[in-house]
Design a protein around this ligand. Structure first.
Ligand SMILES: Cc1cc2nc3c(=O)[nH]c(=O)nc-3n(C[C@H](O)[C@H](O)[C@H](O)COP(=O)(O)O)c2cc1C
Length: 497
């Protein structure tokens, strides 16, 4: 039994927050580990070693793994997709180290394609088998077996993975609080805390620990048993000892603050497009009529059927995003005044950054929604303006036509007047009117005479008609008499015969 070196699990149990140097390919080698150990680093990780390569050649073993007596406590990290290979590699390094760690967090494509790293978080059963085999095969009591993971988007799957690893005998778990797709996004402290609360083994938090004060902050926020730093130690190997470091923090904060998720990048682009369209619609030298011609193009007709649906869908999407942004703003505004912020200056900065982002998202979605409504209204108004313009043009033309007719009547009137004036020379208008009146009187008289003549003709016609009726009756009577005489004559002739 190795009594010269401390047992890692006992170190956790001592109750202090363990400060751990992260595994870093090319960096966390023996010289770097020696350096950080001088500055309060409790445990060091080797860089990730591919277990299969390690087991394949002595050359690989010599170049990948170097250590010395003072290089303890040391965890050797392996990448593996096979339980037996990992267990074999662990057996090789066990005499020179205090534990072996399985890399379940490397997001690099080459590693994922080989079945290493972060793709293992989707294979909890394989992880469980690997942990179990290492536990069973390394014949060294208190030799720790751990995993270093990234989180899932669905946190329940991460909790399930950790519980399976724990059940298989994992001594402790390191959680890098980002998903496999995330690079510089903020660390998910809530997720780390949830994992810590759902397992009994020690949990180490990793991600964005760059200041001495972040160690305590991380512990207070998540309740973890240890913290692990990578880039913080690269920037300042004495960071764990309480030495403040370079302005690197500002660079990171700035990168984080300007970063946008895809969803918000799309909304921002949409906003810019809206502004562009509105600017074009407001160009003073394009008239409303011209816009209407453009709106009446066939291309819009084909889109008109689903245009209303698109409009409504966009409104719903933007409202949802807006409400989400409001929720975020409220969340981080409240947290800003919480007790954690006072305890942890770095967390305070972090929350500020999150609040800034939430506010930016609020403005983007709010303005997008507003301009979307404005754009529809502007298009409607342009159409109405064009219609009004058309109507007023038609009315103008009608008025012009009426003017022409009135002018013509006036000309005719003038002509008539001149005609009336003719014959009496250029006399005054009153004389002309007198003449006109006389003419009218004369014409009236003529009309009356004609009327009388007509009446007379009518009565004569009626008298003539009466006479002709009398003649007709006389003729009928004579005709009857002639008939009687004829009949009498005919009967006399017959008797004579
Ligand atoms: C240069 C470099 C090399 C890394 N190599 C490894 C590695 O070999 N294994 C591993 O699990 N993580 C590796 N990581 C990830 C870190 O261990 C750590 O999880 C990540 O950088 C987040 O921690 P930080 O915010 O303190 O930097 C590496 C990170 C860096 C920057």
């Amino acid at each position: 039994m190795d009594t010269t070196h401390p047992n890692i699990v006992d170190m956790f149990e001592a109750g202090k927050v363990l400060k751990i140097c992260a595994p870093m390919v090319r960096y966390s080698k023996l010289p770097f580990r020696t350096l950080v150990r001088r500055y309060d680093c409790d445990v060091c990780f080797s860089p990730m070693i591919v277990a299969a390569d390690f087991m394949r050649s002595t050359k690989a073993r010599d170049s990948e793994f170097t250590t010395n007596h003072s290089d303890r406590p040391l965890i050797v990290q392996f990448a593996s997709s096979d339980a037996q290979t990992l267990a074999d590699a662990a057996c090789v390094v066990a005499p020179f180290s205090d534990g072996v760690d399985l890399n379940c967090g490397c997001p690099q494509r080459w590693a994922m394609s080989e079945g290493y790293g972060a793709c293992l978080i989707n294979k909890p059963d394989l992880v469980r088998d690997m942990v179990r085999l290492v536990r069973n095969q390394v014949a060294k009591p208190n030799y720790s077996t751990s995993i270093k993971i990234r989180i899932h988007k669905d946190l329940r799957r991460t909790v399930d993975l950790c519980q399976k690893a724990e059940a298989a005998g994992a001594s402790w778990i390191t959680v890098h609080g980002r998903t496999a797709d995330e690079r510089h996004q903020p660390v998910n402290y809530d997720a780390i805390q949830t994992i810590k609360d759902s397992v009994s083994v020690p949990v180490v938090a990793n991600g964005d620990v760059r200041h001495p004060r972040d160690v305590e902050a991380m512990h207070r926020l998540t309740g973890v048993d240890g913290v692990m730093a990578a880039r913080g130690l690269l920037a300042n190997p004495a960071m764990f000892a309480g030495y403040e470091d370079t302005p690197l923090q500002c660079v990171w904060d700035w990168e984080l603050s300007v970063e946008m998720t895809l969803q918000w990048t799309v909304v921002a682009l949409f906003l810019y497009v809206e502004i562009g369209v509105l600017l074009i619609l407001c160009l003073p030298f394009i008239s409303a009529t011209r816009w209407q011609k453009i709106f009446k193009l066939n291309i819009w007709n084909s889109m008109a059927t689903f245009w209303n649906k698109v409009f409504l869908a966009m409104i719903i999407i933007l409202i949802v995003l807006f409400l989400d942004a409001v929720r975020e703003v409220r969340k981080y505004s409240n947290m800003e005044h919480g007790k954690d912020a006072k305890l942890n200056p770095n967390m305070f900065d972090h929350l500020h950054m999150k609040l800034f982002r939430a506010q930016r998202n609020l403005y983007i979605s709010g303005f997008s929604l507003f301009l979307w409504l404005v754009m529809r209204r502007v298009i409607t108004l342009i159409n109405q303006l064009a219609n009004l313009h058309d109507t007023s043009t038609a009315l103008q033309m009608q008025a012009d036509g009426n003017n022409q007719v009135a002018k013509k009547y006036m000309e005719d009137n003038e002509l008539l007047k001149q005609t009336l004036m003719k014959g009496i020379g250029e006399k005054a208008n009153t004389e002309g009117m007198e003449l006109l009146k006389e003419t009218v009187e004369r014409l009236k008289g003529e009309l009356k005479t004609s009327g009388d003549a007509l009446k007379k003709s009518q009565s004569e016609a009626e008298a003539t008609k009466g006479r002709s009726d009398g003649l007709a009756r006389e003729y009928d009577r004579l005709l009857n008499e002639h008939q009687l005489l004829q009949n009498a004559q005919d009967s006399g002739d017959k008797k004579d015969n």
